[in-house]
Design a protein around this ligand. Structure first.
Ligand code: SF4
Ligand code: SF4
Length: 170
C-alpha cells in the first residue's frame, strides 16, 4: 500500500526544482528563433541551374514534385554545326503538404539546383495553398545560408621512411 500524500510530495519536489531553473520560453514571433545552420525549413530552387532532367521528381518518395518542360532548338552556328536543343522549364512546383522533408531530391539533383532554406514561415490556412511554384521556390534562394567551411579532417602523420632491405640492392 502506498504512503498517503507521497504523490503530492513528489509533485512539490518537481515544482521546487523547476522554479530554480532558467526559463527557456522563446517569445516567437516577437523574437525570431536562432536556428541551427542546417535547419530544414523549406526547399529552394535555383532555376538557372535546373535542366528539367526530372531526377528529383523520380526519386521523391512522396511524388510531390511537379515538373513541366518543353524543348527548344537553337539554330546551328557555322556550316558544319548541328542544331542544339535544350530543355526549358515551364513548371516546377513542390506540394509541401505531402513533402516529408527527407532531402532526397536535394541529394539526387546533379546540377545543384535544390537547396535547404531555414525559412519556415509559410503556413497556410488552406492545404491547397501549400503547393508552391518555381517563382516562390526561387525567392527562397535568398534565404539559403552560405555553405559551411569544409571540415579540414584529421591530421595525417606521414608514414616513416621505409628501411631499404638487402633484396633492394642497398
Ligand atoms: S524532401 Fe523528400 S519528400 Fe520532400 S520533395 Fe524532396 S524528395 Fe520529395
Ligand atoms: S532540380 Fe535538379 S534534379 Fe530536379 S529537374 Fe532540375 S536539375 Fe533535374
Amino acid at each position: 500500500m502506498g504512503v498517503p500524500g507521497k504523490g503530492l510530495i513528489e509533485g512539490l519536489k518537481v515544482t521546487a526544482k523547476t522554479l530554480a531553473r532558467r526559463s527557456v520560453t522563446e517569445q516567437y514571433p516577437d523574437v525570431q528563433p536562432e536556428l541551427p545552420p542546417r535547419s530544414r525549413g523549406v526547399i529552394a530552387l535555383l532555376e538557372e541551374n535546373c535542366t528539367s532532367c526530372m531526377l528529383c521528381a523520380r526519386e521523391c518518395p512522396s511524388w510531390c514534385i511537379y515538373i513541366d518542360s518543353h524543348t527548344e532548338t537553337a539554330p546551328s552556328v557555322g556550316e558544319q554545326a548541328r542544331e542544339r536543343s535544350r530543355n526549358v522549364l515551364d513548371r516546377f512546383a513542390i506540394d509541401f503538404s505531402l513533402c516529408m522533408y527527407c532531402g532526397i531530391c536535394i541529394e539526387a539533383c546533379p546540377f545543384d539546383a535544390l537547396f535547404w532554406s531555414p525559412e519556415f514561415e509559410y503556413a497556410e490556412t488552406d492545404i491547397r495553398n501549400l503547393t508552391h511554384e518555381k517563382e516562390r521556390l526561387r525567392d527562397w534562394m535568398w534565404t539559403v545560408p552560405a555553405p559551411q567551411p569544409i571540415d579540414p579532417g584529421p591530421t595525417v602523420t606521414p608514414a616513416p621512411e621505409a628501411v631499404p632491405s638487402p633484396e633492394d640492392g642497398a
